[in-house]
Design a protein around this ligand. Sequence first.
Ligand code: ATP
Ligand code: AMP
Ligand code: MG
Length: 196
Amino acid sequence: MKESRNIVIVTGIPGVGKTTVINTAVDIVKQKHGEDVLVLNFGTEMFEVASKAGQVKDRDEMRKMPTAQQRENQRLAGQSIAKKARKARVIVDTHTLIQTNNGYLIGLPEWVVREIQPKTVVLVEADSEKIASRRNNDPSRARDAQAVSDIQIHQEMCRAAAVSVGTLTGATVRRIINHEGKVEEAAVELAQTIME
Ligand code: ATP
Ligand code: AMP
Ligand code: MG
């Protein structure tokens, strides 16, 4: 029997525009196909766990916590997401690499993706200088300052991490470029992946 996978995981470095592109793609799917997409934000699930336990007051504080604690919260968030994702069309908004005080934490280790079984891992990318300016111009978040050369390296490592998720799960890996001022174009590509 043909397998049926319904989950698209959307990744990319902080400030690249994941959440913005996802919101536009959900609108496109609704308008063009009359279908609803459930969006699950991994960071929101983790923040629920961490704030209930009194560990943090802000979602941007979580990546500064001891990594063992982040891993435990990640495990709980992954289970909660896998349970909620038993719906027709689902997007998980998350990261493949989280920059902690002790190196990169793998956002989608085997024991998280085994439960989620995505059909596609989307990697949203953009020009590194534009990402730096998007971060600087977004007062709603406390994103880390990062040199443009480090943003470049972070994006390259995210490619490797996205391919690893494909290797572990059989998911396809799709790069979507979020060009400056062209959210709609990126969202059309994401909408195609959701509807495939
Ligand atoms: P995080 O991982 O930290 O949640 P994100 O990848 O979800 O970040 P967004 O919050 O969607 O990023 O976007 C960051 C900022 O960049 C926002 O101010 C958003 O309006 C802006 N932005 C997103 N896409 C574009 C684009 N194509 N052109 C210009 N600005 C953009
Ligand atoms: P976001 O709003 O997508 O930036 O997510 C907020 C925060 O949640 C991130 O800065 C990380 O600390 C955490 N987070 C999101 N996804 C993951 C994940 N897959 N694994 C571990 N931490 C995550
Ligand atoms: Mg976001």
